[in-house]
Write a protein that binds this ligand. Structure first.
Ligand code: BEZ
Length: 256
């Protein structure tokens, strides 16, 4: 298991971060799954989008590195096959007509390896349809967190980085190096409403940003989160809502 992986809590994910799957639904439209196609949902989480894909009659398999997510997916959708596995270690050959991936690639530590694995797992002519955080993703939120760390004297924490947010040029070049022909690529802003109207930013960092807080006590973390959220009010709080400054990359690439 890769060190970069965080321990996911599937109920917190489904309760407070439902927007991840909700936004993925129009990525399913871009995938345009067809009956009897073999499709892999890479990083399937709790399985909601795998189920949306399976509704087309496609034969779907879901993989995720988190056992907790996979257990929830299996319980919720027993008719779909789910497995604990990840993009960097998966080793399928010419198996799928399409590989779908929503909000996963920014977690990957070796994107070139993952792109090669995706390429190898596709049949000739197969498609890779993905969306994830691109260059500039959550910049306001990360800058606010860094400032709060520095204000509290935790300079080392302010240097921690572990997400992959490439530019569109960087990512499409990487895919081309693996042998893909990229037929669609877009890099766009999508301010994303966080579920909790009071503590949306704090919840987001608690869910996804555990690794930033290395070495800090619970009390110290809460203080940093309070400062981070307060300083973001004039940047990403509008009409009573927290809008995370998400920037997405969306691509369709063909194994040609
Ligand atoms: C994203 O969807 O952009 C994202 C989610 C969690 C951590 C980092 C980025």
């Amino acid at each position: 298991m890769n060190e970069n992986k965080i321990k996911w809590n599937s109920s917190l994910y489904d309760d407070k971060h439902q927007f991840v799957s909700n936004f993925g639904e129009d990525l399913v439209t871009l995938l345009a799954p067809r009956k009897d196609e073999h499709i892999l949902d890479l990083g399937c989480g709790t399985g909601q989008l795998a189920a949306a894909i399976a509704a087309s009659g496609a034969l779907v398999e879901g993989i995720d590195h988190s056992e907790d997510m996979i257990n929830t997916a299996k319980e919720t959708y027993p008719e779909i096959s789910f497995l604990v596995e990840d993009a960097e270690s998966m080793n399928y050959k010419m198996k799928y007509d399409a590989i779908f991936s929503n909000a996963v690639f920014h977690w990957i530590t070796d994107p070139a390896k993952a792109a090669n694995n995706v390429y190898n797992a596709l049949k000739q002519g197969g498609r890779f349809v993905a969306e994830f955080g691109g260059k500039g993703n959550v910049d306001h939120m990360l800058n606010a967190l860094d400032k709060a760390f520095i204000a509290n004297g935790y300079t080392e924490n302010s240097n921690i980085r572990f997400w992959y947010f490439p530019s569109i040029g960087e990512f499409t070049s990487l895919l081309e190096k693996s042998g893909f022909r990229v037929i669609y690529a877009i890099h766009f802003d999508r301010p994303t409403e966080l579920t909790d109207k009071e503590n949306g930013v704090k919840d987001w960092f608690r869910m996804f940003g555990e690794k930033f807080f290395k070495g800090l006590s619970g009390h110290e973390i809460e203080d940093v989160l309070e400062k981070t959220q307060n300083s973001l009010k004039d940047k990403i709080f509008r009409d009573g809502k927290w809008l995370a400054d998400y920037v997405r990359i969306r691509i369709v690439a063909i194994k040609s």
